[in-house]
Design a binder for this molecule. Sequence first.
Ligand SMILES: NC(=O)c1ccc[n+]([C@@H]2O[C@H](COP(=O)([O-])OP(=O)(O)OC[C@H]3O[C@@H](n4cnc5c(N)ncnc54)[C@H](OP(=O)(O)O)[C@@H]3O)[C@@H](O)[C@H]2O)c1
Length: 275
Amino acid sequence: MTSSLGVIGFGRMAQAIVFPLLKQKLFSPKEIFAVVGQQTSIESLIDKVPKDMQVVSSIDAKSSEAWDAPIQLLAVKPQQFDLVAKQASRCLSINQKNKPILVSLLAGITLERLQKAFPQHHCVRTVPNTPSLVGAGLTGITWGKNFSTEQRLAVRNLFEPVSEVFELKEDYLDAFLALTSSGPAYVAVIVEALADGAVAAGLPRKMALDLANRTLSGTALLLKEKGLHPGELKDMVASPGGTTITALRHLEKAGVRSSLIEAVVAAANHSKKLG
Ligand SMILES: NC(=O)c1ccc[n+]([C@@H]2O[C@H](COP(=O)([O-])OP(=O)(O)OC[C@H]3O[C@@H](n4cnc5c(N)ncnc54)[C@H](OP(=O)(O)O)[C@@H]3O)[C@@H](O)[C@H]2O)c1
């Protein structure tokens, strides 16, 4: 039986999309066929993957089934793209009546490169992020040529259950990725550092981490719900001669804002380089 969704590369990002789709019963386990690189990865997935969902390694002859699905989620590392495209060219069957859809999650790999490596596919480039795991993701999409309304809907249906979807021109995707896909890592570092500060100032570790998390989510909600500019919120909190402005002086002296700006630019440039 041909699966509805072939997943080539079933690592962190693909799991953040596929597990919620299974949980919400938008796909049955039998409809998904996933491929990983190493046999050992299958063992580590046993407890997470439903019994009826097939996961095989790329050296298993059955792995070619993933390339028979009408929609194929390509979620290997960008550095593995050329190898996987070569493996795929050996598997791609002439059985396909219609051109399959290749949904790439790969950072940096351009539509032009995708389409060149997969000429028998309709290729679409997407940039998801890991908060998809809790239904709070953001996904950027750039369509390749000749996508029908039904095909667009089929692709959006993979991401909409777990994220807000933005259709963007391809030129924006590297910056989108540098902010939204890499962003959870920057934010995690900030939360951890804030908690370390609170521990240094005397709070127990568990409490410090919990409070740092809540401070972050509460602040994000306040900014969003009140439509505040971040500078406005900062000024609301920093009273003259107070504790906050004393702390902010330290942040400015350490170049925290400039570091964050440069981090986002570096990630965007690296994404471009990968392409
Ligand atoms: N993580 C994020 O937050 C994020 C956000 C946006 C976009 N992305 C993009 O998503 C892609 C995957 O990232 P990730 O973080 O999920 O990486 P990952 O956890 O390392 O997953 C990569 C997956 O590809 C598999 N793989 C390796 N070689 C393969 C082959 N020849 N055939 C089939 N599968 C193979 C790996 O299996 P083994 O482990 O067994 O080798 C693994 O399951 C990347 O291109 C990245 O740019 C990631």
